[in-house]
Design a protein around this ligand. Sequence first.
Ligand SMILES: Cc1cc2nc3c(=O)[nH]c(=O)nc-3n(C[C@H](O)[C@H](O)[C@H](O)COP(=O)(O)OP(=O)(O)OC[C@H]3O[C@@H](n4cnc5c(N)ncnc54)[C@H](O)[C@@H]3O)c2cc1C
Length: 389
Amino acid sequence: MSEPVTAAASEVATELTETAEQVDVIVIGAGVIGAAIALELRRGGVDCLVVDAHIPGRAVSEISFAWVNASTDKTPRSYRELNLMGLEAHHRQHDAGEAPWFHPTGALEVETGGHLGAGSVYEGGAADAKYDDLDGRAPAVSLTAADLADRELSAEITGGTLFPREGWVDVGHQVHASLAALPAGRVLAPLAATAVTTSTDGPSVTLADGRVLRARQVVIANGNGAPALIDGLCPGLSLLEDGAESEHVGLSIETFPLENLPTSVLRSHGVSLRPTRDGGAVIADHATAASFSLSDPELLDLPATLLARAQALVPQLGEIRARSVRIGPRVWPRDGRTVCGWLTEGVYVVLTHSGVTLAPYLAQCVHQELRGTDVPELVDFRPYRFQKG
Ligand SMILES: Cc1cc2nc3c(=O)[nH]c(=O)nc-3n(C[C@H](O)[C@H](O)[C@H](O)COP(=O)(O)OP(=O)(O)OC[C@H]3O[C@@H](n4cnc5c(N)ncnc54)[C@H](O)[C@@H]3O)c2cc1C
């Protein structure tokens, strides 16, 4: 098991030796997805090299609310099942002492009638899909207002639902501990991959410093940077939405330590909170952030709105002070579901929303498919469903 890593991200960065020998697998991108794949391959004895254009873990993964969930609004059935397998993979690894970054605190969803202070734009969640036979894998416990009375929440709460299997991930911890498990010289960052090409000798990755690295297989896991690599390799295959448009904008706030912070993930109409390792909170609301585009000046007012809602939801928190606000485009496949599979001989791609939930399971799937065995659960998530013509 890897020890928790608290070193600054930049300390993880290492340099490749002068002449790179060929490795088994090059993983492009070191967010939650690339880092989970690298760790899984390493544990399976595969020699892999990770390349990241910036500081690992600092792109979309750092903005994430990082709630591990298998909510009932995930459709179709195969996507809900994928998320259930993600949740189960987190528990398996955590129980084995292999994922100290997963905090299985449970998640509490409370009903407030939508009155969490001025400016709430919440208009109700997606209709829950009914796959009743799957519900036992992520049980939900209904709670009345009386059940919640001792939790120091808003007096307006009328009831709620507890999801005891859910939790959250410390993404920085996951990324840096995973990369630290690789041998020295196997993480190149900051250094961008500028092209992926294939020939009869197998795939190659061109780096921004001009070097060309060969590998038996390449995994493209670089989130919103993927189209720039895939366009040259598979013309006409457009996998991601433009993340700058509204609906795909993400925003989260990290606070300084707070008093009386709920120990579980707490979700409500208009705002969600979850603890951080140092006693602070991450605060976000998908529906509200998604009503802005990245160029909207009003987006800058959103942090104050969310802090006011958090205060209204948990009045005992005391003064909430923001340590940082993170804004950016989500990784959003064109139908909102995961993309996972071969692009061409030797080149594999993984792009997904809900990547924090899915990372450990997708990493196992990728490892299996790189070894030559198809994972039937991925059949609905292949990249070529988006092929034009
Ligand atoms: C506000 C918000 C809340 C969210 N909440 C949740 C949640 O509660 N639960 C959940 O499961 N998911 C959630 N998500 C989704 C989840 O965070 C993402 O699916 C996940 O972080 C994507 O990870 P990634 O590794 O694919 O991408 P990224 O984290 O973006 O990582 C990609 C990496 O690739 C690197 N890169 C890019 N281009 C290149 C290149 N050319 N060469 C080399 N490296 C390159 C980047 O530097 C980056 O480090 C949320 C997302 C947002 C924005």
